[in-house]
Ligand binder design. Structure first.
Ligand code: WTA
Length: 632
């Protein structure tokens, strides 16, 4: 079994060991898995390339470790417990045995349509068990899955499919989300019209009674494909460094990039971190409320928990449907032990009132987790008092799509938890703060840029199809270090608090968005000449999106224009990227070299325009007064 840290002393000595001799530490963790062939080298690395190889030469299949390995010891234990959107519908559950059979059937179905090792398959599905099954089915046969969050638009889906050159899309017919019905297959049809030339098959899981348009050439029902297959499928032998998945995420420039994770290191780290971060014990019911469309769902709904032999819950719905007590009702109903959610959800539920959690028995909770964005002090205390009743440890976990697993967190019941501090590094994680010149800040009580100076097993290996971009984005800012894009502070005892992004990435309700990406979408509007997007503090979402736009004024109604801009963003990216505020301006503050001064725009958007610093060197200082006077 994967090592589980049990005390503060143990954490300290484990951490020390992991840093002094990382190779033997991680080899020891890797020993707990089933390998078809042992690795030749534990680690070979060079951040300059970058070239990172863990367990090179090792052969494995991650699904054998998620499923087959558990059959003898826990075949009849529930692996996935599924709570539907509509609370009157039946809960579904899959034991490890059943899940293995379903995964094999699906894998055989994919093979029958010609999917082979290395082929990319895009999954565009709501939170139904079939999504997890499809993820694992791809991994079973060595196909590379790329899950696209089902809230993204047809254009965004097509962009990702095209970048990955996917051969297949697996989707649902419709999606029930709260009181809404979303026509998922229709979005895929639209994406196929825009692009997706590499796609030969669209497999459609029937999730509702809703109608769909059908094209016999490409469309294929999941049940017709999968139900007739054998429930045995030999697992493809994968090299530790073969690609497991691509997950697209936003950066400060250009289109989203495909973060690449590989089989061996990702397996070892997600299992190790799951067991330790959540202190998961045999028989516990674990629930992460994220969507599998994001990294949190990959690592801590699917892979980490299943590797550790846990019971992992999936929830189809939203926190406020049918009412604001839903999360807490589910915790009571399924006797949830570890609960993992995002600050946005906590803030939204906090705003609904204390009476909701008060109605339910939350006494089974042992760990309360937070992820995705900084958690503010008020939300932290509410979580602690109203959900944990003051005696359940809170873990504020900091990590990224690129890191694959949790990097910084208190360990529940083991290390202390200070509100808003992600606190301490996980074993093997050599975190550091640097100044803008890249000098490491060695003293406590300082503020700097967050970097990691040594590889860890689940780190990204490349950005799909563009290795140079990976190098430029993460490994070129500071020599010999992985740069996270986040700013952080260290308190007097060395605990770390992650403050937020220092680049042009904003974090809206825990969703990562590139300002350039939103600007490009806005600029698609026929009446927009130029735009600049910044984040501003938002009570519920953490950050809201504030857009400044220059228009040609060739429209009749400002209201219609504003709505039109929002529609364009929904169409290009998805509703999650819609600006909260849109201010029409006559110009944007620019330096003499033509660079937009976002610092000024950020200050005005956050309602703090009192001290804008020296603006006299701007190309157009006058515009600043106008923007300030008309700020929303
Ligand atoms: C932010 C999500 C503060 C951070 C797992 C990071 C956080 C980005 C925290 C990655 C936290 C995530 N405290 N900020 N506990 N967790 N972030 O790739 O800015 O969707 O760089 O991964 O979210 O977002 P991503």
């Amino acid at each position: 079994m994967t090592y589980q840290i049990s005390s503060l002393e143990d954490y300290k000595s484990t951490y020390k060991r992991s840093i002094e001799n990382p190779e033997s530490f991680w080899a020891e963790q890797a020993e707990h898995f089933d390998w078809k062939k042992k690795w030749d080298n534990v680690l070979q690395w060079d951040f300059d390339g970058p070239s990172i190889k863990w367990f090179e030469g090792g052969k494995l299949n991650i699904t054998e470790n998620c499923l087959d390995r558990h059959i003898d010891t826990r075949g009849d234990q529930v692996a996935i417990l599924w709570e539907p959107n509509n609370e009157d519908d039946a809960v579904r559950s899959y034991t490890y045995k059943e899940l293995l059979a379903e995964v094999c059937k699906c894998a055989n179905g994919l093979k029958s349509l010609g999917i082979e090792k290395g082929d990319r398959v895009v999954l565009y599905m709501p939170m139904v068990p079939e999504l997890a099954i499809a993820v694992l089915a791809c991994a079973r046969i060595g196909a590379v899955h790329s899950v696209v969050f089902a809230g993204f638009s047809a254009q965004a889906l097509a962009d990702r499919v095209d970048d990955a050159q996917a051969k297949m899309i697996i989707c649902s017919d419709h999606n029930n989300r709260g009181a809404k019905n979303i026509a998922v297959k229709q979005v895929v049809d639209d994406a196929m019209d825009i692009g997706c030339n590499s796609v030969n098959h669209v497999v459609v899981h029937k999730n509702t009674d809703g109608d769909v348009n059908w094209s016999d050439d490409v469309d294929q029902w999941w049940h017709e494909l999968v139900d007739v297959q054998s429930d045995q499928c030999e697992a493809e032998e994968m090299d530790a460094e073969d690609m497991l998945f691509i997950l697209y995420t936003s950066g400060s420039t250009g289109k989203p990039k495909g973060v690449v994770h590989t089989c061996g290191g990702y397996m070892v780290y997600t299992c190790f971190s799951f067991k330790n971060v959540f202190q998961y014990k045999e028989g516990d019911i674990y629930w992460c409320t994220a969507d599998i469309g994001w990294i949190t769902g990959h690592s801590y709904i699917v892979y980490g928990p299943l590797l550790a032999g846990a019971t992992t819950m999936m929830f189809e719905g939203v926190p406020t449907y049918p009412d604001a007590g839903r999360f807490w009702k589910i915790c009571e109903k399924h006797k949830v032990n570890q609960f993992y959610t995002a600050p946005t959800a906590i803030r939204a539920l906090m705003a609904c009132g204390d009476e909701w959690p008060a109605k339910y028995d939350l006494s089974d909770l042992k760990v309360l987790g937070s992820v995705g964005e900084p958690i503010n002090e008020e939300a932290w205390h509410w979580y602690d008092q109203k959900i944990g009743k003051g005696n359940v440890p809170i873990i504020d976990t900091w990590w990224q799509t690129e890191t694959g697993g949790v990097m910084l967190t208190p360990l529940p019941g083991i290390t202390d938890a200070k509100p808003t501090y992600a606190s301490y590094p996980m074993p093997g994680v050599q975190i550091c703060l640097v100044d803008p010149d890249g000098n490491e800040l060695l003293e406590n009580n300082c503020e700097g840029l967050l970097c990691i100076k040594f590889p860890w097993p689940s780190m990204l290996r490349t950005t799909y199809g563009d290795h140079q971009r990976c190098k430029m984005t993460y490994f070129s800012t500071f020599e010999g270090m992985y740069f996270t894009g986040d700013g952080a502070r260290k308190d007097e005892d060395g605990r770390i608090r992650v403050i937020g992004r220092v680049d042009d990435v904003i974090n809206v309700s825990g969703h990562r968005m590139g300002t350039a990406e939103v600007e490009n979408a806005i600029n698609e509007h026929p009446n927009v000449i130029e735009s600049a997007v910044v984040g501003y503090p938002h009570d519920i979402k953490g950050q809201g999106i504030y857009a400044y736009v220059i228009t040609d004024e060739a429209f009749d109604s400002v209201g219609d224009f504003i709505q039109g801009v929002k529609d364009v963003v929904s169409r290009e990216i998805g509703p999650i990227a819609k600006p909260d505020k849109i201010q029409i301006v006559s110009g944007l503050p620019k330096t003499r070299s033509g660079k937009i001064m976002r610092r000024i725009l950020r200050k005005i958007a956050s309602g703090d325009a009192s001290n804008l610093g020296d603006i006299s060197t701007l190309l157009n200082p006058d515009v600043v007064k106008e923007i300030k006077d008309n700020a929303l």
